[in-house]
Design a protein around this ligand. Structure first.
Ligand code: GLU
Length: 222
């Protein structure tokens, strides 16, 4: 098991995410990381070890309204910094946190390497990321549609959250076989996504249980 969490809203995104990560610690993990957008720059902090150590390395006052975080239980590759999540594309455009196992990642990885993509980790998650990225960049479709097309080729279990640096009003998430819930604040401006509703602040009363096969776009500017 492991944990994923995402926050989109008008509060301090980094703080809300790391507090959620602490609450997910009970699920067990070997590495932790988070990624946020501050002034159009994507910031990534990740490492083996515990959430408390990560907290010492992040700027809790960052001016960010969007953040994704992860507590990893390694299945593909050692518990190392480069295998820790979030994973980001080389151009720092897309970032992903993922819980689960992509069973056909080896064959997809070969295909993506043949197309020229370079992999910086041993994870199945980075394969999922570049598969989505490839459809997104080369097919003139939006990220939501790129996720839907890419997932038709994925065999395995996943719950993931995806963030696009050029769209800091939006998180995209999908689930199949791994747990995922969405928490909606009454104001419909603050949203949480996590492996377990326990990660949400107590005031979040509206909880949506995501179903297998769902791909969801959360946008707080629509
Ligand atoms: N399979 C992914 C990895 O090894 C995700 C593991 C997890 O669920 O934490 O990085």
């Amino acid at each position: 098991m492991c944990g994923i969490i995402g926050y989109l809203g008008k509060e301090n995104a980094v703080f809300n995410t790391i507090i959620g990560m602490e609450k997910l610690e009970y699920r067990g993990y070997d590495s932790a990381g988070l990624c946020y957008i501050d002034n159009d720059i994507l910031h990534l902090v990740k490492q083996p070890g515990c959430v408390a150590d990560l907290m010492n390395k992040i700027d809790l006052n960052a001016n960010s309204e969007i953040c994704i975080g992860h507590t990893r239980w390694a299945t593909h590759g050692a518990a190392s910094k480069r295998n820790a999540h979030p994973h980001v594309t080389k151009d720092l455009r897309l970032a992903i946190v993922h819980n689960g196992i992509i069973e056909n990642s080896e064959s997809l990885k070969k295909e993506l390497i043949n197309k020229g993509y370079e992999f910086l980790s041993d994870t199945d998650t980075e394969v999922l990321l570049y598969l989505i990225y490839d459809y997104f960049m080369n097919n003139a479709i939006g990220l939501y549609d790129a996720v839907k097309v890419a997932l038709k080729r994925i065999v395995g279990a996943y719950a993931f959250i995806l963030m696009d640096k050029r769209n800091n009003n939006e998180l995209i998430c999908a689930k199949n076989g791994s747990p995922m819930v969405i928490g909606v604040q009454d104001n419909k401006i603050d949203y949480y996504i996590a492996s377990d509703a326990y990660a949400f602040p107590e005031e979040i009363k509206k909880i949506i249980y995501v179903k297998d096969g769902n791909v969801i776009r959360i946008n707080n500017k629509i």
